[in-house]
Design a protein around this ligand. Structure first.
Ligand SMILES: NC(=O)c1ccc[n+]([C@@H]2O[C@H](COP(=O)([O-])OP(=O)(O)OC[C@H]3O[C@@H](n4cnc5c(N)ncnc54)[C@H](OP(=O)(O)O)[C@@H]3O)[C@@H](O)[C@H]2O)c1
Length: 295
């Protein structure tokens, strides 16, 4: 086995969050560039021994947050509830830019805890899941980011990602949020795989969630018309039909979900616009009760 050369003074790229997506991105990027992977804590030391990612054994250059090295670009891939801490770590790494690829709307929290001018949220449609044996990437997907991140897009593209800068990231972010507010909470509540939401009895609630979310997100800058919004949600539910949504996985594992960054954000937008979203409020209340239950 070739020993890892000494850490560079400044890594070209770092990822914060050594979970499903962080490990999957790191393993792919490590084929073409040096990558620092920041784990939650001492887990970093264990990760250095390696982990299965896809069919390969990957030995990340893993770091604990307090020892995080400098990096040119930082990508945040922790769950939404851990954003503030990850943002503080990112700021200490003195990067040119910090990009979140998290689900939900986390940019306000990221910016509140990381004062760098180039701090923003993009989107990815790439996927990955983890189990006891390691991480399995599930689909290549796109990575979209706002202007200013051209250098990061080049590094990702060199590693084979379909990564690019788009002039206006807001519509893409809102389209991702639309899919998430419709599929994630419903799958978690009824404990069903994504594809089952397209058929009775769940379909009526899926349609209601989309019908309520569309005008709210349209008012924020979603460019899809209402029919296209419905079609997008159904297409994703179909394409990911066999998957368990991340919120369902979190509920089943007794972990905190990303409910507040997803449904919570939609409800806050609706209140600001004076629009009614009763089905989302019901789903939010029910999942909130589930999360608050004793473990
Ligand atoms: N997985 C997907 O297919 C997918 C697709 C698109 C978007 N996303 C989004 O990407 C984000 C990450 O998802 P994921 O599935 O990779 O989650 P995950 O498997 O739970 O990974 C998150 C990792 O971040 C670690 N972490 C938490 N706080 C940290 C901190 N302060 N510093 C460093 N590491 C920290 C966690 O450690 P612990 O294990 O100790 O908690 C965990 O290893 C989420 O917002 C998710 O919605 C995921």
């Amino acid at each position: 086995m070739t020993p890892t050369p000494p850490a560079p003074a400044r890594y070209p790229i770092a990822l914060i969050g050594a979970g499903a997506l962080g490990l999957s991105f790191a393993a792919r990027l490590a084929r073409t560039t040096r990558v620092a992977l920041v784990a939650r804590d001492a887990a970093a030391a264990a990760l250095r021994a390696g982990v299965r990612v896809g069919d390969a054994h990957f030995m990340p250059e893993a770091w604990a947050p307090e020892a995080a090295p400098q990096a040119q670009w930082v990508i945040v891939l922790v769950k939404a509830g851990d954003t503030a801490e990850a943002a503080r770590t990112a700021a200490r790494m003195q990067p040119q830019g910090v990009l979140s690829l998290q689900n939900g709307l986390t940019e306000p929290v990221l910016r509140a805890h990381c004062a760098l001018p180039l701090t923003a949220q993009g989107i990815t449609t790439a996927g990955a899941f983890r189990d006891d044996s390691g991480v399995t990437p599930s689909g290549d997907g796109e990575v979209l980011m706002p202007p200013g991140f051209e250098g990061l897009a080049v590094l990702l593209a060199q590693a084979g990602f379909d990564a690019r800068v788009v002039d206006d990231i807001v519509p893409a972010r809102l389209a991702k949020l639309l899919v998430n507010v419709a599929i994630n909470p419903l799958a978690a509540l009824f404990r069903v795989r994504n594809g089952e939401l397209l058929a009775p009895p769940y379909r009526i609630w899926l349609d209601a969630l989309v019908a309520e979310a569309w005008p709210v997100l349209h008012a924020q800058g979603l460019t899809l018309d209402e029919a296209a919004a419905h079609a997008r949600v159904c297409a994703v539910a179909e394409a990911t039909g066999a998957n368990r949504a991340s919120m369902l996985q979190d509920v089943l594992a007794g972990r905190r979900t990303e409910l507040e960054a997803i449904t919570g954000v939609l409800i806050a937008f609706a209140r600001r616009e004076g629009m009614a979203v009763p089905t989302h409020e019901a789903v939010h209340r029910l999942l909130g009760l589930l999360e608050a239950r004793p473990r």
